[in-house]
Design a binder for this molecule. Structure first.
Ligand SMILES: [Zn+2]
Length: 288
């Protein structure tokens, strides 16, 4: 009894670990631009070389040592640093990537992708408890075609040019179940498991419906929910984390991670169904 209780707790903790998605990275990008742009990097160190996909650790360190970070950008689930002299760093955070500001004298973490000692006296570190993130450095004018699957991404989910019309035309190219379409970065870029659950809940659509069964009204509802859910999450996370880069807050979500709890609309218990490696949370009454 005691053991199964323990296992249940461990499962919940695992599920509640925040896997970075568009809102988290958008807020991180804004914080970095507000607090750390224009700074020179006084020292560069690559930690776990498995995280660095290109080029070598040696080229990474010699290229970036002494350069300055001009701007931070984001596309889908990639965060992108622009340097002067020109070079670009792309980070795909995957399941557990984190950026942390620390003192250079803090002990170095085992699973650290890189460390930039900045001219303001702080270390900006990329940490990755699961060692699954992917870091790419493009030199000078090298193209993003060197980053696997990058150029194949659809428009960023926040892109103003992603209109309802564009969304409708693009979604009709995909025939999987709707939740799988939403998290497919080739459809639109930036959504993962958590926000796909939220969008489907707000749009009243069941996650396992085949895309081809959706009406135009349901597709429009998904479009509107995509924009509103992401925007609301960005506003909430921004207000909650200040300048800390600690985007560990997801308790404001309505159904994701809340299996068994009452649905905020109708009060019936939220369902939790494992589909492949992901858990889908949804309400059987509110979503059809
Ligand atoms: Zn409900």
């Amino acid at each position: 009894m005691r053991n199964s209780h323990k296992n249940e707790n461990a499962r919940r903790v695992r599920e509640l670990t925040v896997v970075p998605e568009l809102p988290d990275l958008e807020v991180a990008k804004n914080i970095l631009n507000r607090t750390l742009s224009g700074l020179t990097i006084d020292e560069v160190e690559v930690g776990s070389p498995i995280l660095l996909r290109r080029p070598t650790a040696e080229i990474f360190e010699t290229t970036l040592n002494g350069s300055s970070i001009r701007e931070y950008m984001r596309y889908g689930k990639f965060l992108n640093f622009h340097f002067e002299p020109p070079a670009q760093l792309y980070i795909n955070f995957m399941l557990a990537g984190r950026l942390r500001l620390q003192s250079p004298s803090d002990p170095k973490q085992k699973k650290m992708g890189f460390r930039f000692k900045l001219e303001n006296g702080l270390d900006l570190r990329y940490l990755d408890a699961r060692n699954m993130g992917k870091i790419y450095l493009l030199l000078k004018e090298e193209s993003t075609a060197l980053i696997p699957n990058y150029d194949e991404q659809g428009p960023d989910a926040l892109d103003p040019q992603l209109t309802l019309d564009v969304f409708c035309r693009r979604i009709k190219r995909f025939n999987a179940v709707i939740k799988h379409v939403l998290v497919n970065q080739r459809f639109i870029a930036g959504l993962g498991n958590a926000y796909a659950d939220e969008i489907l809940f707000i749009a009243h659509v069941m996650p396992f419906r085949k895309r081809s069964t959706l009406t135009d009204a349901e597709i429009a509802a998904l479009y509107n929910a995509t924009k509103s859910v992401l925007q609301n999450a960005i506003t909430t996370i921004t207000a909650r984390i200040g300048d800390t880069l600690q985007f560990e807050v997801r308790d404001f979500l309505q159904v994701h991670g809340k299996g068994g709890e009452p649905c905020p609309n109708c009060g019936s218990p939220i369902s939790s169904v494992k589909s492949g490696l992901r858990v889908a949370n949804f309400c059987r009454k509110c979503q059809i």
